[in-house]
Design a protein around this ligand. Structure first.
Ligand code: SAH
Length: 369
């Protein structure tokens, strides 16, 4: 046996790509379905456990592939039951994944990149800079690890019923790997989550959003945060490339390619004291979204060290919400969870090794890649 680890990770495959791989090694495609079930329903970490596979296939997989998920370095639990995992990747980077239990669901907040290149001024992930995209195995591996841990929870097993791509990174800048992982989340042979319960959150990478509309059926959340370009340019610098008017047009098209599940867009709006939270901003927002089936998700700002922003007062958030409700919108104010362990929105930081690669990534965005 050599010490060199094979670089084919079985967690990198969706059902479709595993079938293709099996054909290239002379195996029957239906074996792929069996393997996917072992990996993602039974969450095995060794080919030895896949007892219904033929001996030759098991030997082949043992010699030529690995099952490698991110490794838990820290599993912090908040007083409110929220888990935050710091997960180590094979190259030494670390990412964060958060589980938020509620009475009727359990939501896993999944990262898509090591750091983030978008540089939103109110987000602590932006401070980490950008290192690289996560692989499919590293994205689905977060769900794999969470499911295994939560099943064995001493306080009783918990189930991941919902996934939100709202951890570190911009999912639509890692399109192929994110889509592959989403396919596994939706696949009945893997996690079998309903389309309504899998949400991609984006700052609005419009060409990729167009592609998503044609590729997969999932729920969409858009990080809007401001009702006009002048303010959004400051908060979400990507707006300078893809301004609000174009963003809304793309979102309308997304909804037009309608399926039963795809019937509204959730708009995320972080409440920043004295910045974007006035009555006038609320009225502008109500006008802006008119005609688009919408839910508005107000997110009280979660502070982090060295930020120049503060959270809007509860009174202000209520007033802002009331204006939108009076205008006919469904509004949710996101409860802040896991605050005591820095697991709330925008507080995920991980450990990004080389933070200097943001410029490279931005150059790629500029080229439309
Ligand atoms: N890049 C994607 C995924 C990140 S999702 C996106 O922009 O949608 C995380 C959500 O939390 C986004 O809406 C983000 O804007 C918001 N957020 C970021 N920093 C925050 C903070 N400090 N407080 C509250 N919400 C924040």
């Amino acid at each position: 046996m050599s010490d060199i680890k094979p670089d084919i990770n079985l967690l990198d495959f969706s059902l479709e790509t595993l079938k293709e791989y099996f054909v290239t090694i002379g195996e029957k495609p239906f074996r792929a379905t069996q393997v996917i079930k072992w990996l993602h329903q039974m969450n095995v970490d060794s080919v030895d456990q896949t007892t219904n596979l033929s001996k030759p296939l098991r030997t082949f997989l043992t010699e030529n592939t690995v099952i490698r998920a991110p490794e838990i370095i820290i599993d912090q639990q908040s007083a409110d039951g929220t888990h935050k995992w710091l997960l180590r990747l094979a190259d030494g980077n670390a990412i964060e994944t958060v589980f938020i239990p509620e009475d009727d669901r359990g939501t896993l907040c999944v990262s898509s990149q090591v750091g983030c290149a978008l540089d939103c001024t109110f987000c602590s992930t932006a401070r980490q800079g950008f290192n690289r995209n996560l692989t499919t195995a590293e994205i689905i591996g977060q769900l794999w690890v969470a499911k295994r841990t939560l099943q064995a929870d001493p306080k009783g097993p918990r189930v991941v019923s919902n996934v939100v791509m709202m951890g570190m990174g911009e999912p639509l800048l890692n399109f192929d790997n994110v889509v592959n992982a989403l396919r596994l989340m939706l696949d009945d042979n893997a996690y079998g989550l309903s389309k309504r319960r899998v949400t991609v959150s984006t700052s609005g990478v419009l060409p990729a959003l167009d592609r998503l509309a044609d590729t997969l059926d999932v729920s969409l959340a858009v990080s809007l945060h401001a009702p006009n370009d002048e303010l959004r340019d400051q908060l979400v610098p990507l707006n300078r490339k893809y301004p609000i008017k174009e963003l809304l047009a793309t979102c309308r098209q997304f909804l037009a390619k309608k399926t039963t599940e795809r019937n509204h867009i959730t708009w995320e709006y972080v409440m920043l004291d004295g910045v974007n939270d006035s009555d006038e901003h609320a009225r502008q927002l109500a006008k802006l979204l008119r005609g688009i089936p919408s839910k508005v998700n107000l997110i009280p700002f979660n502070p982090f060290p060295s930020t120049r922003y503060a959270r809007s007062s509860n009174n202000r958030i209520h007033r802002f919400r009331d204006i939108l409700v009076e205008a006919g919108y469904t509004v949710m104010t996101r409860k802040t969870r896991g605050n005591d362990i820095d697991a709330a929105c925008g507080q995920l930081a991980g450990e990004v090794n080389d933070k200097s690669r943001r410029d490279i990534h931005f150059a790629r965005i500029e080229q439309g890649k």
